[in-house]
Design a binder for this molecule. Structure first.
Ligand code: FAD
Length: 417
């Protein structure tokens, strides 16, 4: 794969206008729509390549929300090669996997020490706000090589002219770029210039919330449930599950409670902060072990949200003219494999590879096609496995062997970007 990319960059793979030599004197002007994890990672990589990057973000990041996310070895490897170590901002390594049935009986207790040795990089659990902050600082700071990216907050992009690389903000202001990256998440507006694809319910919704570990430890009923540190624990019912894992140096426990969509009446919403109540959660998980219900009752109500898990048909392409999609805009992920952020980061690293310093503007359209060619098969395969991992258990067994799948797909750098 590496050889394939390198040869391609020198024209042997590209038809039509190649070969291209990367010695163009001026940096590319790159506009990124959306400063989520994907947009910021792309900004960081592309500024390091010496390009001039502008990020347009609709929000003010004033009330950043979100709970813990996974930084599996594949995503962590990208950060580490760029000198970013997630343990420096509260990430912890996932050292154990414990599975229970809904009545509390233990099904599995796997020490991941061996797996962690086999994996090329640690599997980290990190609060989304911490990694978002870190990427934002690195992309825009004076240090870090190249030209600092400019972040424009409260700057909602209203329309894009993909052929001419022009974006228009809601305010009416416009900007012209050599490349426009649509990194505007699952409800992407950039995507409609490729296809007005339909989002549909995956059949599941999730409550997500945080509980301080010390609160759970202080109660003798719930303390035994949180005795393992650095562990991901799952309680499985037939069609619903509770997933718990720590973040912030083990001080917070992050919960994702996945259940049939119809039960919490989550509605399609572009907000990550749609509030829910503990009564709703307890109703959906009424059949679960009383100790587990006591545990989830300790929720910090300010953190309790409900989130409808959406899916989308595959797009015919990720790029048209000067526009290219990245992350959830290109391939929205259900969260069952913890790969939404990881795949957005792999996209960003691949774009960084195909647009090195010195890229000529005439080469861009073919480079963007090359990016899609590199990324599409893997991103869609992982998207499909995420769907399978979220399926209800049949005859007491999950739809896929999660450990085998994990070792194979996320344990290593699939592509050494
Ligand atoms: P996103 O992270 O969704 O980022 C898209 C960005 O684009 C957002 O900042 C959005 O405000 C911006 N945007 C959208 N439209 C426009 C526009 N027209 N103009 C300008 N800007 C625009 N995943 C989890 O697994 N657990 C969580 O707890 C969790 N919390 C989240 C909280 C928030 C606030 C967000 C935005 C996402 C959250 N996610 C969470 C999703 C997860 O971060 C993404 O699925 C994954 O990181 C892929 O990232 P992305 O960059 O493609 O999209």
């Amino acid at each position: 794969r590496v050889a394939f990319v390198t040869n391609s960059l020198h024209g042997s793979h590209l038809n039509g206008s190649g070969p291209f030599v990367d010695d163009h004197p001026a940096p590319l002007r790159i506009a990124i729509v959306g400063a989520g994890i994907g947009g910021l990672t792309a900004a960081l990589g592309l500024r390091r390549n010496g390009h001039q990057v502008d990020l347009f973000e609709q929000s003010r990041f004033a009330n950043e929300v979100g709970a813990a996310i996974h930084l599996a070895p594949n995503a962590n490897g990208i950060l580490r090669r760029w000198g970013i170590f997630a343990e420096e901002f509260g990430a912890i390594s996932m050292d154990r996997l414990v599975e229970h049935s809904q009545d509390g009986s233990r099904l599995k207790n796997i020490d991941l020490a061996m797996a962690n040795k086999r994996w090329q990089h640690p599997w980290h659990l990190v609060h989304r706000v911490n990694i978002h902050e870190k990427l934002k600082k690195l992309a825009t700071s004076d240090k870090g090589g190249g030209i600092p990216a400019q972040l424009h907050t409260s700057s909602k992009v209203a329309s894009i002219d993909p052929q001419n690389g022009i974006i228009t903000l809601e305010s009416g202001a416009t900007a012209t770029a050599d490349v426009v990256i649509g990194a505007d998440g699952i409800y992407s507006m950039s995507r409609k210039y490729i296809k007005d694809a339909r989002l549909f319910s995956s059949g599941k919704a999730a409550f997500r919330f945080l509980i301080p570990r010390e609160v759970a430890e202080a109660d003798p009923v719930t303390a035994p449930l949180v005795k393992f540190k650095n562990a991901l624990e799952i309680w499985f019912g037939d069609d619903r599950r509770i997933v718990m894992y720590p973040c912030n140096d083990n001080q917070l426990l992050n919960f994702v409670c996945i259940h049939p969509d119809t039960e919490s009446h989550a509605t399609k919403s572009d907000e990550w902060n749609k509030k829910a109540t503990i009564e709703q959660v307890l109703k959906v998980y009424r059949e679960f072990d009383p100790a587990v219900k006591a545990l989830i009752s300790k929720v910090d109500p300010l953190t309790l949200m409900v989130w409808q898990l959406l899916d989308m048909e595959k797009l015919p392409t990720w790029t048209t003219g000067k526009l290219v999609l990245l992350g959830d805009a290109a391939h929205p992920f259900t969260p069952h494999q913890g790969q939404g952020a990881g795949q957005a980061m792999e996209d960003a690293a691949a774009l960084t590879t195909v647009l090195p310093k010195g890229t000529a503007p005439e080469a861009i359209s073919e480079r963007l096609k090359l990016y899609e060619e590199i990324r599409s098969e893997r991103a869609h395969a992982i998207q499909q496995y995420s769907r399978l991992a979220g399926k209800d258990w049949e005859n007491g067994v999950p739809a896929i062997d999660m450990m085998a799948y994990t070792n194979h797909n996320f344990g290593h750098d699939e592509i050494d970007y």
